[in-house]
Design a protein around this ligand. Structure first.
Ligand code: M6R
Length: 651
């Protein structure tokens, strides 16, 4: 996730672009840059670091950018290529006459890079974005030198259009060209982009807060649309190149709410970011094929491909996996333990990093050590990683932050493309960590022949539906909101479940305690009689995750045991499941993993065992919402819980 902005009009562009970028800093803050249409060329300044670092750089240059009436800007959250001056946006073509800012991921950038290299293009960055600047230049020049194409002189709009047909993945783009100083071209696919319509000036940005200081008239661009902004005009085109007429909407939002995408808190925004974050984490790693022989039918996933890590046969020979992490990331590790054991039949240890680092663990060179950290900077997690590395183990890092210490020191890195997580309580980092762990477990399971092809493909199809299912589930958040308004005063809230449902209960309990300050614990449901039941009385709420159909009877017994002692009960289970209707006070449904035909019929009975294992990605979401709404009901600020920091960089 990055923030992009652009301005064209009668005023100086730079003093407008910098404050606009600051309003987008929540979208990324590891580097920043601007490009201005100035003096017959594009003038670019960019730097690693926050926007304040860019300001310092500009401040040191007398008259920096003065006189430019058009420009684009970018604040980056690195995806491809670590944060550095060179990888910062804007990116330019070889002649430095075209500048591009981009938010999104170009999935086929490696192939495009090869294609451009074979035509003599030299690259200056490691980013996926740079290919766009070169492609626009390439097609512009082709038009210039081949009048036979019918395009005539360099045609920026035509060159951008042809470039877009080459891009796979997601993008929000703003492009300027020295040959067309009177316009900015903007385009979007699967990444947000809005246009602020002013008087004698127009703006483009990733999000509304960036333009609110100048106008409240907003054109929300639709997927596949392209726009040409001039000082006095905005032309909008659909994917077919046809003109689109749309009236701007008037936006009344207050600036602070707008920064959170209209949500009251970053945490709620990040909970709602999950469908997009899951899709960004999953889609680039899936290979797709047409489902029908005629090649016409819908695309279905066919394999998992980690471009970023060479998962060679030696991985399949690993005899043990050790996963280490802290807090929420450790809970992801616990889910991962069950997944690797079930799908790849590998023994797994999932250990909190602060224990692992001091217990002199028995490690073997053939062990695969997976280290999980959203920030990539947690002190205990880094120490655990260094210990395992010293003992000769291969380290695979799972992190959300490109360029973090963990990403630099690990042997291999798999990124969770969640985008910046601002709220202290982790939400989208957790579900995207799970997505990566499932992909790894499935790939290893297939390599180790623990999964036959049919089971493997079926799991991939189920995973590919999860982002949309998360969105569907979130559309029912009011049910959880109402539940929280009835239950927030409970003095004890316990979360229980078996297997995956136990692992997700650990996360559910942490979420509630850290932002609502309610005493909450998680336990394996089978442990109930070994102690926790002594705490159960009328002031207790028990939230049970129940997605393992073969264990439903046992879970029902557990629920009856706590209900008869006065506890209120909520069960989170599969849509359409009636097993808990009698036993539980309330039931919240998550979408079923069924994918089609025969499986639909099978799942109508009960979800099939193999695909049940993906439930934590969905079953955690109602608990995140519950924690959020309890926190609000109790008068807390969910984004800034007491005593906690986002990144724990000390022991
Ligand atoms: O950045 P990390 O993933 O390494 O952070 C680990 C924990 O500090 C973090 O998950 C913490 O538990 C969160 N506050 C949970 O919401």
């Amino acid at each position: 996730m990055c923030g992009i902005t652009g301005y064209i009009g009668g005023r100086e562009a730079l003093p407008i672009l910098i404050p606009s970028l600051k309003k987008l800093e929540y979208r990324g803050y590891d580097s920043a840059g601007v490009a201005l249409s100035l003096g017959g060329g594009v003038w670019v300044r960019k730097t690693k670091g926050r926007i304040s670092a860019l300001e310092e750089k500009l401040g040191a240059e007398e008259g920096a950018g003065r006189g430019a009436r058009a420009g684009i800007g970018h604040t980056r959250w690195a995806t491809h290529g670590e944060p550095s001056d060179l990888n910062s946006h804007p990116h330019t073509d070889v002649s430095d006459r075209i500048a591009v800012v981009h938010n999104g991921i170009i999935e086929n950038y490696l192939a495009l890079k090869e294609w451009l290299r074979s035509r003599g293009v030299l690259f200056r960055s490691e980013t996926d974005t740079e290919v766009i600047a070169h492609l626009v230049n390439y097609y512009g020049r082709e038009a210039e030198t081949n009048p036979g194409t019918g395009l005539g002189r360099p045609d920026l709009l035509g060159a951008v259009r042809r470039t877009l047909t080459r891009l796979e993945g997601s993008y929000a783009l703003a492009i300027i060209s020295a040959d067309y100083p009177d316009c900015i071209i903007a385009a979007r696919k699967d990444s947000p982009l809005i246009i602020g319509v002013g008087r004698g000036e127009n703006l483009v940005a990733s999000d509304v807060p960036a333009i609110l200081a100048h106008t409240r008239e907003v054109l929300f661009m639709e997927d596949g649309e392209l726009a040409v902004l001039r000082a006095d005009q905005v032309e909008l085109f659909n994917a077919q190149g046809e003109r689109v007429e749309r009236r701007p909407s008037h936006v009344d939002w207050d600036a602070e709410a707008a920064e959170k995408g209209g949500f009251a808190h970053f945490m709620l925004k990040e909970i709602h970011d999950q469908p997009r974050a899951l899709s960004d984490t999953l889609r680039p790693r899936l290979q797709w094929r047409k489902s029908g022989d005629d090649g016409e039918a819908a695309e279905i996933p066919a394999d998992i491909n980690f471009d970023e890590i060479a998962l060679d046969a030696s991985w399949a020979r690993a005899e043990r996996i050790i996963i280490t992490a802290c807090g929420t990331a450790w809970h992801a590790a616990m889910v991962g333990k069950y997944a690797f054991e079930e799908l790849a039949r590998l023994p797994v240890e999932a250990d909190v990093a602060s224990e692992f680092r001091y217990r002199n663990p028995i490690l073997d060179r053939d062990d695969l050590v997976i280290v999980i950290s959203q920030s990539g900077e947690t002190a205990d997690t880094l120490a655990a990683m260094r210990l395992a590395k010293k003992k000769g183990c291969r380290i695979l890092a799972l992190t959300n932050v490109v360029g973090s210490t963990l990403s630099r020191e690990a042997d291999l890195v798999l990124y969770t493309w969640a985008g910046p997580e601002i709220a202290v309580a982790s939400t989208k980092a957790f579900t995207t960590q799970l997505m990566c762990l499932y992909l790894l477990a499935l790939k290893l399971g297939r390599m180790r022949l623990c999964l036959d092809e049919a089971a493997y493909l079926r799991c991939l199809r189920v995973l590919s539906r999860i982002p949309a299912q998360a969105a569907e589930l979130l559309s029912r958040q009011d049910v959880i909101q109402r539940f929280a308004s009835r239950q927030f005063n409970k003095t004890k809230v316990f979360f229980m479940g078996r297997q995956y449902d136990y692992a997700v209960s650990l996360e559910n309990a942490l979420k509630l305690k850290e932002i609502s300050y309610t005493h909450s614990e998680a336990f394996a449901a089978g442990e109930l009689k070994h102690g926790p039941i002594a705490l159960v009385d009328r002031s207790t709420l028990i939230v049970t995750a129940a997605t393992r159909a073969s264990l439903f009877d046992k879970i029902i017994s557990n629920i009856k045991e706590v209900s008869s002692r006065g506890a209120s009960t909520l069960v989170i289970t599969w849509e359409g499941e009636t097993a808990f209707a009698q036993a539980a006070d309330e039931v919240f449904f998550i979408p079923k993993p069924a994918v089609s035909g025969e499986e639909e019929a099978e799942a109508a009975e009960r979800p099939a065992r193999l695909t049940e294992c993906f439930s934590p990605i969905l079953s955690v979401i109602p608990a995140q919402l519950f924690a959020y709404y309890c926190s609000l009901q109790r008068g807390n600020d969910p984004d800034k819980p007491r005593n906690l920091a986002k990144s724990v960089t000390v022991e």
